[in-house]
Write a protein that binds this ligand. Structure first.
Ligand SMILES: [Ca+2]
Ligand SMILES: [Ca+2]
Ligand SMILES: [Ca+2]
Length: 309
């Protein structure tokens, strides 16, 4: 197996140029082919696993974690995984992040980004087509690779393993966009649209620089159960509707609805301090107890000065 990640820089350009040409040819073929059926029996799922562990291998996928809490300066290994795919020979995914919070960094001293998992499991070589490090900090990092020669794989496993560093405080939703999956003949794996963009299940993740309790599905620092009591959206970390019902917001400490936690949020508790729920709205009871008190203020404190984006 050839590991292209340790090749000298002078060859990288030539290989990337060759590979980009190959992708262009592949996409031209598939565009010209058309008529792709979208009636697959099962659709492959593409997910970002925010906690890479030993259960993730070239041919297996463990628990897929959608949330990762990290302090500023900490790094984390993430896995882009695929489940239940048939006949995969190449892929392309744009990893979207907030560059004020996250950067992609070198995985190990010799491997920038590791593509030698599922695609390499049939003992073919893998050509890396993704962005090179250092991460330009544009907010998009392209992850892409293809088998060469193709020896398509089916099943589940890691597509690519890479490392991020948290460079700023806050939270960022990691979206996976422009997902393209190809078989060995350059035909998109269905369901895909006329631009060859995969239309099956795609799951991103959230990286946050604050503590997250068990059962915090959206990674905003509050469990889904507590958010149910408080009335905030437990499927969304950030966001609010300006001028709308505060209970329609998504982030429990953001009482004054600005996506930043500051003195205005703290002072929002003052008029209702030492009141009971009800009649006071459960929206203020962010450490649910039935009463607004100092515990609610202290629950907000670790988030003071932070922004959700
Ligand atoms: Ca995991
Ligand atoms: Ca939550
Ligand atoms: Ca939420």
């Amino acid at each position: 197996m050839i590991n292209y990640s340790v090749r000298p820089p002078a060859r990288v350009g030539a290989l990337v140029a060759l590979a980009v040409t190959a992708v262009a040819v592949i996409l031209f073929w598939s565009a010209a082919g058309g008529g792709q059926s979208a009636s697959a029996v099962t659709s492959a799922s593409v997910s970002l696993d925010a906690v890479s562990d030993g259960a993730n291998t070239a041919t297996s996928v463990g628990t897929i974690d959608s949330c990762r809490a990290l302090a500023v300066g900490e790094t984390a290994v993430l896995d882009l995984v695929i489940e239940d795919v048939s006949g995969l020979a190449g892929f392309e995914v744009d990893f979207l992040y907030d560059p004020a919070i996250v950067r992609v960094v070198t995985l190990t001293s010799t491997i920038e980004v590791d593509y030698n998992f599922l695609l390499a499991s049939t003992l073919t070589s893998v050509i890396e087509l993704g962005d090179a490090l250092p991460d330009a900090g544009s907010g998009t990092f392209k992850l892409a690779a293809a088998q060469f020669p193709s020896s398509p794989v089916s099943g589940s496993g890691v597509l690519v393993r890479f490392k991020i560093e948290v460079v700023g405080s806050g939270s960022t939703d990691i979206a996976l966009t422009n997902v393209k999956l190809s078989d060995g003949t350059g035909t998109p794996i269905p369901p895909s649209d006329t631009s060859n963009v995969y239309q099956g299940p795609i799951n991103g993740a959230t990286i946050a620089s604050w503590p997250t309790p068990p059962g915090d599905d959206d990674c905003d620092g509050w469990s889904t159960v507590d958010e149910g009591t408080i009335g905030t959206n437990s499927d969304d970390a950030c966001g609010f509707t300006a001028g709308g019902d505060p209970a329609s917001g998504s982030w429990p400490p953001d009482l004054a609805e600005s996506d930043s936690i500051n003195i205005v949020d703290v002072l929002s508790l003052k008029p209702v301090f030492f009141t009971e729920v009800p009649p006071t709205s459960a929206r203020y009871d962010i450490a649910p107890s039935g009463q607004i008190n100092i515990v609610d203020v202290l629950r907000l404190k670790p988030f003071f000065g932070l922004t959700c984006s």
